[in-house]
Design a binder for this molecule. Structure first.
Ligand code: PMP
Length: 417
């Protein structure tokens, strides 16, 4: 999801709710009132409570069996028996938590092996594991760039990239989404040498579900001599013969200096990483404050991440199954008359005409046992209201038919498409 930190302007109807508050308290109260106003009566997307999970994409919400089409569990590995067994074993042998930063209190064997597993997966010598994907961007980008440097980032970038730019001390500017001519212009106009410029993009943009123009952008960046970082948070496990992401699928590995990723999507746990082949970047670990000053991942998470990466590397049938289901789902949604934001794929968004339609559709789907994500501005690029879905290899064909049937019924009733 793109940056959503902007506080909406307070409107006149929020004044009564916030009374005589001033300063920080007033600003926060105004913001809360405007969020409430945005969603009105009825279920609120941010407060849905899942009472029970029956696997990666089946749940009970409000006493109702619900199929989840809004997770990032693309391969269903968070319930894979091999991952669970690895976690259970590590839990018993290593306890529930690491309780410290690795730098302060020593590396556990599992963390070191996970780093060599991920380095090996990407065919690069160095990997650093972080405690979340957000921290992987924060630690890596802030470690790489600082005052006097320039970061050029795709305008659809995730909030963690934007926050990292802000925290780095470097100057930062967005280039138009996937637009290599605009990146070229900014690189040409830059007043710092290209060797001090970091270009940042994503492999797969998970709000629209569109693929990053990694090869085109990285080619331009390299022609100028800039460093290139690609966030493969959503691309990993989905794209490329080896499952390494869009960079691999586009044959752009040799153009990319650093790949960042997360374990919270197809890997099915939590955590993040960066990998590089640059010997000069080895000290990055000691510059990444989001690595140095925080506790490392719990052993059970480390063990299942390692197992899941092994599965992603070898089980190409699982990936093929995901794509078969995703393409069938997307084509059928389009056949119902809906507009998707991008080409069919495992994650994407259906365009809604406005907030009222989006909320109505989201609530109607939930009431019929289908959970998707409702995305509204400012969390969406282009200010659109979107119903975001993700398809998983763990969905059955019947799950997909049920969703399509419900969507078709709602379309007839509300003439929504
Ligand atoms: N980068 C991108 C592109 C993401 O979409 C996300 C999460 N949605 C992150 C980083 C952060 O990852 P995590 O949730 O694992 O912290």
């Amino acid at each position: 999801m793109s940056d959503s930190s902007a506080h909406p302007e307070s409107g006149p109807d929020t004044v009564a709710a916030t009374g005589q508050l001033t300063g920080i308290l007033r600003r926060i109260a105004d913001f809360g009132a405007s969020v409430e106003g945005m969603f009105g009566e009825g279920d609120h997307p941010a407060f849905i409570q899942i009472d029970r999970l029956d696997g990666p994409v089946h749940a009970v919400i409000d006493g109702r069996k619900t199929t989840l089409f809004g997770t990032n569990s693309y391969l269903g590995l968070n319930f894979d028996p091999r991952c669970i067994a690895a976690s259970e074993d590590a839990l018993r042998r290593w306890g529930t938590g690491s309780t410290a930063s690795r730098v302060a209190s020593g590396n556990q064997n599992g963390h070191v092996v996970l780093e060599s597993t991920i380095a090996d997966f990407y065919g690069r010598p160095d990997a650093i594991v972080f405690s979340t994907g957000f921290m992987a961007n924060l630690g890596t980008i802030c470690g790489l760039a600082s005052q006097g440097d320039l970061i050029l980032y795709d305008s659809h970038s995730h909030a963690s990239i934007i926050d990292a730019c802000r925290a780095s001390g470097a100057t930062f500017k967005p280039f138009r989404h996937n637009d290599s001519a605009d990146l070229d212009r900014l690189l040409t106009e830059a007043t710092v040498p290209a060797s001090r410029i970091l270009v940042v993009m994503e492999g797969l943009y998970s709000v629209w579900g569109d693929v990053g123009a990694v090869k085109d952008l990285a080619t331009v960046a390299k022609r100028h001599g800039a460093l290139v970082l690609v966030d493969e948070a959503h691309g990993m496990g989905l794209y490329g013969e080896g499952g390494r992401g869009v960079t691999e699928a586009q044959g752009a590995d040799h153009l990319v200096d650093v790949i960042v990723g997360t374990f919270s999507k197809s890997v099915g746990v939590i955590g993040g990483f960066c990998v590089t082949s640059h010997p000069a970047l080895q000290p990055l670990r000691f510059l990444a404050r989001a690595y140095l000053y925080t506790a490392s991942l719990p052993p059970a998470v480390v063990a299942s991440a390692r197992t899941a990466i092994g599965i992603i590397k070898t089980d190409t049938a699982l990936r093929a199954e995901l794509w078969r289901k995703a393409e069938r789902f997307c084509r059928s949604v389009q056949a119902l008359g809906y507009q998707l934001c991008a080409e069919p794929g495992p994650v994407g968004s259906i365009r809604m005409r406005g907030k009222a339609q989006g909320l109505d559709m989201w609530r109607s789907l939930l009431a019929r046992g289908i959970y998707v994500n409702l995305l509204i501005p400012p969390a969406t690029p282009g200010g659109k209201v979107l119903l975001r879905f993700s398809v998983s290899a763990a969905h059955t064909d019947e799950d997909i038919d049920t969703f399509l049937g419900v969507l078709s019924d709602l379309t007839k009733v509300a003439q929504i498409a």
